[in-house]
Ligand binder design. Sequence first.
Ligand SMILES: NC(=O)c1ccc[n+]([C@@H]2O[C@H](COP(=O)([O-])OP(=O)(O)OC[C@H]3O[C@@H](n4cnc5c(N)ncnc54)[C@H](OP(=O)(O)O)[C@@H]3O)[C@@H](O)[C@H]2O)c1
Length: 281
Amino acid sequence: MTLSLQSTYKLVSGYEIPVVGFGVYQTPSDVTEKVTLKALELGYRHVDCAKVYGNEKESGAAIRKSGIPRSQIFYTSKVPSSSMGYEEAKKAIEESIAAANLGYIDLMLIHAPYGGKEARRGTWKALVEAQKAGKIRSLGVSNFGIKQLEELEAYIQSGGGGQIAVGQYEIHPWCPREDIAEWLRKRNVIVEAYSPLVQATRMKEPVLQTLSQKHGKTPAQILVRWSLQKGYVPLPKSVTDSRILENSQVFDFMLSEEDMASLKLNEYAPVCWDPVQDCKI
Ligand SMILES: NC(=O)c1ccc[n+]([C@@H]2O[C@H](COP(=O)([O-])OP(=O)(O)OC[C@H]3O[C@@H](n4cnc5c(N)ncnc54)[C@H](OP(=O)(O)O)[C@@H]3O)[C@@H](O)[C@H]2O)c1
């Protein structure tokens, strides 16, 4: 299948998700509108934001100002760990919707599983209500371990309602999370890969340098391409115009089976936070 920046996958909710997202974590709020507009101008149609990033307002403004029909852009936000539980989540969801000011949010994730079982259930209940009210189109989770995924699945099946459409995780060759990806894949849940560039900490690794020379592509492009070929939705972040473009130019080459095998590293070295390991309850 030939993909492009505007290709989409179908979610279990019935909506379409563009195969690459533009991340805005750690993007200062005073540059968010400008860089997000740049990304949209270059062809990105998917913006990955969160309440804790402090730039929902600016991300939404860029989407509104882009002149691209709202229906063609996919916007994600997340319920923060500090807002777990029904009442708190309800409030956080309303605040995110108001801040982005886009009418609806395409995808709302629970940012992390912290807070315990009851808080997770309450948060999911608030998400399902917002979805039923047409304020959110698709629901998902981020950083949930298999234990919490199974707990949520049981809750959904026992009448909690909703569907896990997306699972978002730190995933790259140094943190592949094959077990979680497999769990999600079996249920047709789309896997989003955050920190797909390993936060630029591995660009000089010999394996990336070799593939980079072989394909005439940058290490960042190799990483985004790896993610796409694994069937994931990578969410590269940059505040640099040339890199925003570079990270999107990944549809004119293919990693061979051998290339992909060379990126199978048997490592577990996350670079971001790691609630999957840290959340024990
Ligand atoms: N759900 C979660 O818990 C969670 C956690 C983390 C991230 N995320 C999402 O995933 C997105 C991406 O993850 P991330 O921001 O952690 O890291 P990332 O995308 O792996 O890396 C971003 C870093 O790489 C640099 N960079 C970007 N393109 C480059 C290129 N072509 N060559 C060299 N360096 C490049 C950026 O610098 P410049 O910006 O200076 O260009 C920035 O320092 C986030 O923005 C967010 O949307 C979600």
